[in-house]
Design a binder for this molecule. Structure first.
Ligand SMILES: Cc1ncc(COP(=O)(O)O)c(C=O)c1O
Length: 395
């Protein structure tokens, strides 16, 4: 008898997300009746605004339930062009915009379009857990580059080889909540020009910057031409489940990239795009309020964490995450809080080696749950063997 066929090495070789172990422990604990307070989710606790839901419903009733243009509706692409010009100062033509099902698929489309077998893509560490696997699924090799507090240009220069096809930059950063300063972007831009590689600029948290200043790669002279911008409605509008994002592309690139959309998903549903258009129209009415809510929660959380011996928590510049340095082993401390006080946070090392010695907390639960979780963390503190006199990793 012939043996069973094998699944592809492309997917079999992928490691499950590093956050899976903790998520599994949370699931088991919840199933046994424990009330676990989750400070681990990247999904904001925001219901989609009813006016956005209404726009989708209206579109469906009006018959927008068929295949549509693979690049996205012109109305939405026009609105995205307007958004880019307002937020980054970069001028796009609607033909350079492709609407995608979320930021993750925008990233996949960008990588599919530029990575050939064994090409190298430099990925940030600590960084979002999907960068490496997405590069691998496209046949490329992720090359991790530590950039906890800053991008070390010399380390970046050393990481560049003749096979370097691109670097992925994320600003504001998940998990550290740092906004990459313009000076760092310029240094990377210079190397990209010199060595001729692309930049994938993931800005899905850009609407959640507290002081509003946003240095963007595509905003730097000459860099629009070599930057693939990844963006999304998920975090900005509490629309994670709608799966809506976009790619803003170098001039002329969309003709090739759209072929990947045509032969994979065909198009994002028209009624979802109608919802996105309404969301962008309501931006000023919706987003400042969300931003203020997350900032207030981050401030409160940082203040209370800093009161605990062995924890040092800088005030985040953006997002809904905090990334405190902790005195001790991050995996052990995350387990300790889950096992002793039923609070779930993510170890910093889930985001790559350079994140070790930190925890990622999300303030995406209700205010009441957040306060309760912080009280429990204060009660648990750090496990005693984890308390040297000084904190090992300072940020
Ligand atoms: C840094 C980063 N980029 C992209 C995404 C993708 O988000 P979505 O596919 O929901 O737009 C996420 C989601 O967590 C993220 O954290």
């Amino acid at each position: 008898m012939l043996s069973a066929p094998q699944l592809s090495a492309r997917v079999s070789s992928l490691k499950p997300s590093a956050t899976v172990e903790l998520t599994e422990r949370v699931r088991v604990a919840r199933a046994s009746g424990r009330k676990i307070l989750g400070l681990s989710s990247g999904d904001p606790n925001i219901d989609t605004d009813p006016r956005i839901i209404e726009a989708a419903t209206r579109a469906m009733h009006d018959g927008d339930t068929h295949y549509g243009p693979s690049a996205g509706s012109l109305a939405l692409r026009d609105a995205i062009v307007e958004r880019e010009s307002r937020l980054s100062g970069a001028t796009y033509d609607p033909a350079d915009i492709i609407v995608t099902p979320g930021g993750k698929f925008a990233l996949m489309a960008a990588l599919m379009a530029m990575v050939d077998a064994d090409d190298e893509v430099i990925v940030p560490v600590p960084g979002w857990v999907s960068y490496g696997p997405c590069v691998r699924m496209c046949g490329g090799r992720p090359v991790p580059l530590a950039m906890l507090d800053t991008i070390d240009v010399e380390a970046l220069a050393r990481a560049i080889t003749p096979r370097t096809k691109a670097i992925i930059l994320n600003s504001p950063v998940n998990p550290t909540a740092r906004v990459l300063p313009e000076a760092e972007l310029r240094q990377v831009a210079e190397l990209a020009r010199k060595h001729g590689f692309w930049i994938i600029f993931d800005q899905v948290y850009r609407d959640l910057i507290h002081d509003g200043t946003f240095p963007s790669m595509q905003g730097i002279e000459g860099m629009r031409e070599r930057t693939f911008v990844v963006d999304s409605m998920s975090k900005t509008f509490g629309m994670t489940g709608w799966r809506l994002g976009y790619l803003a592309l170098p001039p002329g690139a969309s003709k090739a990239v759209v072929k990947f959309i045509q032969h994979s998903i065909y198009c994002v549903p028209g009624f979802i795009q109608a919802a996105g258009l309404e969301a962008l129209r309501l931006y000023d009415q919706i987003v400042p309020g969300y931003r203020a809510t997350f900032e207030a929660r981050q401030k409160r959380t940082a203040a209370r964490l800093n009161g605990i011996e062995g924890i040092s928590c800088p005030l985040p510049e953006a997002t809904f995450y905090l990334f405190p340095a902790i005195a001790g082993d991050d995996i052990e401390i995350a387990r300790h809080w889950l096992d002793t006080v039923d609070v779930a946070v993510l170890p910093g090392s889930s985001f790559g080696e350079a994140g070790a010695g930190h925890l990622r907390l999300s303030v995406t639960c209700s205010d009441a749950d957040l306060d309760e979780a912080l009280a429990r963390i204060e009660q648990a503190g750090l496990p005693s063997k984890n308390q040297p006199k000084t904190i090992g990793v300072q940020r």
